[in-house]
Write a protein that binds this ligand. Structure first.
Ligand SMILES: Nc1ncnc2c1ncn2[C@@H]1O[C@H](COP(=O)(O)OP(=O)(O)OP(=O)(O)O)[C@@H](O)[C@H]1O
Ligand SMILES: [Mg+2]
Length: 255
C-alpha cells in the first residue's frame, strides 16, 4: 500500500467507548494525513458520529488516545480542540432559527475572536466579528441571505450556514457529519462543490461522513469503513469498493 508522504495531522490509537457494558467504538486507530480528504462510511449505528464526538471532545473515550498536531487531546474539551484548529459540524443543523443568517455567523466569529458571546455588544466590538462573519457567508454563497432569519432558509442553505459557522473558527481540520443530510437532491451537487472548495482552495483537511458512494468517488483520497464500532478498512476508494470484507459488512447491499 502506498502511503502519502505527508505527516499525520490527527491520530487515534486504540480509541474505544463503552457505555453501560456496550461497546460503541472499538479499538479504532487512524492516522489522518495533512491535507487529505477522508470519507467515513458505514451502516447506521456503526459508530461514525460517536467517533466524531470522540475526536471533537463532545465525548470522552473509555480507552485509547487522540493526538492533534502532536498534542495529546484525549481529555481536552471541545473549545480547546477548536482553538488548536479542529472544527466540526453536526449531523443535525445547530443554528439558532430565530436569529438571522449573519447573527448566527457573527456569534461564531465572536467566539473565535474571543469577544463577548452576547448578541448585543458595543458597535465597535462587533465590527471585526461582522467582517469575519460576512467573509464566511460569502465563501459559502450566503451573503445575499445575511439579513434573513435562519428559520426561513432552505435545508440546503441551513447546511451552508453550518459550514459558514465552522469556517468562522478558522479550522485547519474539519469534521463534517453527513453535510448533505436533509438537502433536496437538486441542491446536493452545489454542496459537494462547496466542500470540495473548502478542501482544495481553503486547504482544509477534511473528514466527512457520507453514505452516498456516487458523491464520494472522485472526492475522497481515502475511505474508512466502520462497522459495529470497529474500523473495518481504510484505503483508496477504488480498493474499498473492491474489498470483500467491506462488501460482506453491508450484507450484500451494493456500496
Ligand atoms: N450516549 C449513548 N448511549 C448509548 N448508546 C449510544 C450513545 N451514543 C450512541 N449510542 C449508540 O451507539 C451506536 C453508534 O451510534 P452512532 O450515532 O455513532 O452511529 P452512526 O454510525 O453515526 O449512525 P448513523 O449512520 O445512523 O448516523 C448506536 O447503536 C447508538 O444507538
Ligand atoms: Mg451518525
Amino acid at each position: 500500500m502506498t502511503e502519502p508522504a505527508r505527516p499525520a495531522v490527527m491520530s487515534t490509537a486504540g480509541l474505544g467507548l463503552r457505555i453501560r457494558g456496550v461497546t460503541i467504538v472499538d479499538d479504532v486507530s487512524i492516522d489522518v494525513n495533512e491535507g487529505e480528504f477522508l470519507v467515513i462510511i458505514g451502516p447506521n449505528g456503526a459508530g461514525k458520529t460517536t467517533l466524531f464526538n470522540l475526536l471533537s471532545g463532545v465525548t470522552r473515550p473509555s480507552s485509547g488516545r487522540v493526538t492533534f498536531r502532536g498534542t495529546d487531546i484525549t481529555t481536552a474539551p471541545p473549545y480547546v480542540r477548536a482553538r488548536l484548529g479542529l472544527g466540526r459540524t453536526f449531523q443535525t443543523s445547530t443554528i439558532f432559527a430565530e436569529l438571522t443568517t449573519l447573527e448566527n455567523a457573527r456569534l461564531a466569529a465572536q467566539a473565535y475572536l474571543g469577544g463577548s458571546g452576547r448578541l448585543w455588544v458595543l458597535a465597535d466590538d462587533q465590527q471585526d466579528a461582522i467582517e469575519r462573519a460576512r467573509g464566511a457567508l460569502a465563501s459559502v454563497g450566503l451573503e445575499a441571505r445575511a439579513a434573513t432569519k435562519a428559520a426561513s432558509l432552505s435545508h440546503g442553505e441551513k447546511r451552508k450556514l453550518d459550514l459558514a459557522i465552522l469556517l468562522c473558527g478558522d479550522p485547519t481540520v474539519v469534521l463534517l457529519d453527513e453535510p448533505t443530510a436533509g438537502i433536496a437532491v437538486e441542491d446536493v451537487p452545489e454542496m459537494m462543490t462547496l466542500i470540495r472548495s473548502i478542501h482544495r482552495d481553503q486547504h482544509k483537511t477534511v473528514l466527512m461522513v457520507e453514505h452516498r458512494m456516487d458523491l464520494i468517488m472522485g472526492l475522497a483520497d481515502r475511505m474508512a469503513v466502520m462497522h459495529h464500532g470497529q474500523l473495518l478498512a481504510i484505503d483508496t476508494p477504488e480498493r474499498i469498493v473492491a474489498n470483500e470484507i467491506v462488501q460482506s459488512a453491508y450484507l450484500g447491499d451494493p456500496l
